[in-house]
Design a protein around this ligand. Structure first.
Ligand code: FAD
Ligand code: SF4
Length: 460
């Protein structure tokens, strides 16, 4: 008999007052009993709608039924048939707009907590590593060690390719390492995924900027790589072009988060400094904005504001992140936008002139377009402004790779199901193609490209 409780089993968490001042993981994960109880809420539907909501089509009812029987190893083995980073996805995927949005249990009550169960299986299940793989003699280069590149690398290595991942930073992981904070995704989890790839024979070259150290063409012509997958992400921050953005104390969220997450600027002996704002204003309301706001609290800010030009309904961040940010004391100013950042006599941010917004007709994104309300300007005192209004791909790859078609947003043009680009032997996927998106979509793109690269090299 399924468990017909209308609500998900609650996930234990650190207390908001305590966690808002430390970098330890916020959500503590289900115990075995909790996982079994939640798994028993699944109806094991004949035509499970949840599976179609998952971009990599994990066989959700099958893995959940293993958990309901207390078999975490079996559950992990099912998930691993299609997903290569379950411990990551269980923590950061926007399940409420994907698999859980489709779950029939959501019609009356809360959907099954698919994400929490995935996390439980990944943290507690064990599967044996694949045996030694015979190399097939073909070399493939991967540009970027984010989720798309790592997934593509893993799948190709399992097929016997000799794979080298070239990563600009000194640590592989992409946004999972430099962007998403420790309190949402412990870095030991990312490191263990990288170790699994190393065990498969994937070789990592860090501190290697493709386009500077060698170009894509040079990798192919001089280094003998027969195919290249570009998974270089969308790490170039956007700014608003309002007066005062050059003042001291204005950061892009990417810079602020990289200093804190990758360079551990919050530790007393860290070599990379970061400003400890008294009052931080974060502009934007996506996951990046929530992460910046919650990091600002944790490094010691007294007041942290989120300024967002639309309403709470339209916020792109995961619901859980918004909920956690509020619990921790982040103050939300919705329907508001900055128009000017004012500085003091030393060139440091002093206050921000804001304007109230109202929502009009829906725009191309389907969300209602915000308009400024005339005469509604007001000021918020702040010594730090963090811009989290979006990112686009860094231009380096496109400017150093002739024949690689890109669109007007600077994204690489690639076939959605194969990652094939306009350039022979070059494939691409993840944020470098779609613009800033999600971990699971980047992984899906890496998976598709690995299949297509295998086909391409077999038929070459
Ligand atoms: P990335 O993860 O960006 O990795 C690209 C890698 O390529 C980087 O390591 C970069 O250094 C490297 N690189 C770039 N150029 C070069 C070059 N020329 N040579 C060598 N290496 C290069 N998604 C979710 O699903 N859930 C979340 O909760 C979530 N939170 C987020 C929070 C933050 C702060 C950010 C920034 C993003 C978040 N995202 C989230 C989005 C998600 O992380 C990205 O969509 C995903 O990481 C994209 O993967 P990718 O492999 O395409 O690129
Ligand atoms: Fe289980 Fe919900 Fe998927 Fe049905 S839709 S199989 S109840 S998780």
């Amino acid at each position: 008999m399924p468990n017909m409780s209308l609500n998900k089993v609650v996930m234990p968490e650190q207390d908001p007052a305590v966690r808002s001042r430390n970098f330890k993981e916020v959500s503590l994960g289900y115990t075995k009993e909790m996982a079994i109880e939640e798994a028993q809420r699944c109806l094991n539907c004949k035509n499970p709608r949840c599976v179609s909501g998952c971009p990599v089509n994990v066989d959700i009812p099958r893995f959940i039924s293993k958990l309901a029987a207390g078999d975490a190893d079996g559950a992990l083995s099912v998930i691993s048939e299609t997903s290569s980073l379950p411990a990551v996805c269980g923590r950061v995927c926007p399940q409420e707009t994907q698999c859980e949005a489709k779950c029939v249990r959501g019609i009356k009550g809360e959907p099954v907590a698919i994400g929490r169960l995935e996390r439980y299986a990944a943290d507690n299940g064990k599967i044996s590593a694949p045996g030694r793989i015979e190399l097939n003699g073909h070399k493939v280069a991967i540009v970027g060690a984010g989720p798309s590149g790592l997934t593509c690398a893993g799948d190709l290595a399992k097929l016997g390719y000799s794979v080298t991942v070239f990563e600009a930073f000194h640590v592989p992981g992409g946004v999972l390492i430099y962007g998403i904070p420790e309190f949402r995704l412990p870095k030991t989890i990312v490191a263990s995924e990288i170790d699994k790839l190393k065990a498969l024979g994937v070789h990592f070259e860090t501190n290697y900027i493709v386009g500077h150290t060698l170009t894509v063409d040079e990798l192919m012509k001089e280094e003998g790589f027969e195919a290249v997958f570009v998974g270089s992400g969308a790490g170039l921050p956007s700014f608003m072009n309002i007066p005062g953005e050059n003042l001291n104390g204005v950061y892009s969220a990417n810079e602020f988060l990289t200093r804190i997450n990758l360079m551990k600027a919050y530790l007393p002996d860290a070599k990379t400094p970061v400003m400890i704002p008294k009052t931080a204003m974060i502009v934007g309301a996506g996951n990046v904005a929530m992460d910046a706001a919650r990091c600002a609290l944790r490094i010691g800010s007294e007041n942290v504001y989120i300024l967002y030009r639309r309403g709470e309904e339209e916020m792109p961040a995961r619901k859980e992140e918004i909920h956690h940010a509020k619990e921790e004391g982040v103050i939300f100013h919705t329907l508001s936008a900055p128009v000017e950042i004012e500085g003091d006599e030393n060139g440091f941010v002093k206050r921000v002139k804001c304007i109230k917004m109202e929502l009009g007709e829906a725009d191309d994104s389907g969300r209602r377009r915000p308009h400024p309300v005339k005469g509604s300007e007001y000021y918020i005192d702040a010594d730090c402004v963090i811009m989290a209004i979006g990112t686009s791909p860094n231009p380096l790859i496109r400017t150093t790779t002739p024949d690689l078609e890109t669109n007007r947003h600077g994204c690489i043009v690639a076939d959605e199901s194969t990652g094939k680009t306009s350039k022979e032997g070059v494939f691409a996927g993840g944020d470098a193609v779609t613009g800033a998106a999600t971990v699971i979509l980047a992984m899906g793109a890496g998976k598709n490209a690995a299949k297509a690269i295998d086909e391409y090299l077999k038929n070459k």
